[in-house]
Design a binder for this molecule. Structure first.
Ligand SMILES: NC(=O)c1ccc[n+]([C@@H]2O[C@H](COP(=O)([O-])OP(=O)(O)OC[C@H]3O[C@@H](n4cnc5c(N)ncnc54)[C@H](OP(=O)(O)O)[C@@H]3O)[C@@H](O)[C@H]2O)c1
Length: 262
């Protein structure tokens, strides 16, 4: 079990939802945390929560779709604390479109944030972590990165790409001292899917539950996190028979439906 006291962490997507909860959970575990996302006022609120826990917080407004902004992000963390022990790449957007209506622009928009937006921080942080022979990288993908749901093709394509990238990253880094965890959440109660109703079988879990699982995974250097537990059942069914997996998606309406406005 790794002790996280005094570790330096960077969380992207830290202004909301899973990223915000993970940043606070890391601080509770003893880490100082750099917070990246676009909305600075929200990052400042998270920073206040972290400082109230007695840990250091550094707000760095960043658009993760920009390689130069991400390069500056990592440089600022290193300039401030001299090292980076934990990177949690969590920024993302739920970009859906039926394939028959899909445009190249929408596909590119999803890949920009949901794939490249996590890959750029890894590429920037990796030389530093490798030179120290220590560190841990967490990539937050999605259950949509293991079993695609309609009409999520742009999101699914990016999350499958990120899942694959993480799988290779973990193997290439074996023996270097740098660990990798790939996280596959099911439905989580955050602004990302606030307008979506989901069936009870895939009920939304609190972001704090995902954050706890992420901190535990870093401590244990776990390869994968799939939450909640019942999400594994769909993967098992789909592994045995993809057609049965497709049927389960249709039968339970796992893609969800629009929330009725009051
Ligand atoms: N909620 C779910 O059901 C669920 C399920 C599986 C996986 N996930 C994944 O979990 C991660 C976090 O999602 P969430 O549910 O916590 O959603 P959320 O509450 O909407 O948070 C998304 C975060 O990403 C940041 N972000 C979006 N675009 C960005 C950009 N271009 N540059 C920098 N930051 C950006 C947002 O900050 P700013 O807007 O301030 O930039 C925000 O902090 C995402 O990768 C998502 O795909 C979520």
């Amino acid at each position: 079990m790794q002790d996280l006291t005094g570790r330096i962490a960077l969380v992207t997507g830290a202004s909301s939802g899973i990223g915000r909860a993970t940043a606070v959970a890391l601080a509770r575990a003893g880490a100082d945390v750099a917070l990246a996302a676009r909305r600075e006022p929200l990052l400042e609120e998270v920073a206040e929560d972290i400082r109230a826990l007695g840990r250091g917080a550094l707000v760095i407004p960043t658009d993760v779709t920009s390689p130069s902004a991400v390069s500056q992000l990592i440089a600022r963390v290193l300039a401030h604390w001299g090292r980076l022990d934990i990177l949690v790449a969590c920024a993302g957007q739920y970009i859906r479109s039926p394939i028959r209506e899909l445009t190249p622009e929408v596909l590119q928009q999803s890949l920009a944030v949901n794939f490249y937006g996590s890959v750029y921080p890894v590429l920037e942080a990796l030389p530093h972590m490798l030179s120290r022979g220590a560190g841990h990288i967490v990539l937050v993908t999605s259950m949509d990165g293991k079993k695609g749901l309609p009409p999520d093709a742009p999101y699914v394509a990016a999350k499958f790409a990120l899942s694959g990238f993480g799988e290779v990253l973990r193997q290439e880094l074996h023996g270097t001292g740098v660990g990798v965890t790939v996280v596959f959440p099911g439905r989580v109660d955050t602004p990302l899917i606030a307008d979506l109703e989901v069936p009870r079988i895939s009920a939304k879990i609190p972001p704090e539950a995902v954050a706890r699982a992420i901190v535990r995974a870093i401590r244990r250097r776990q390869a994968e996190v799939i939450v909640p537990f019942q999400a594994r059942l769909l993967l098992l069914v789909n592994f045995v028979s993809p057609r049965l997996g497709d049927w389960a998606v249709r039968f339970f309406r796992l893609e969800g439906w629009a929330k009725e406005r009051a």
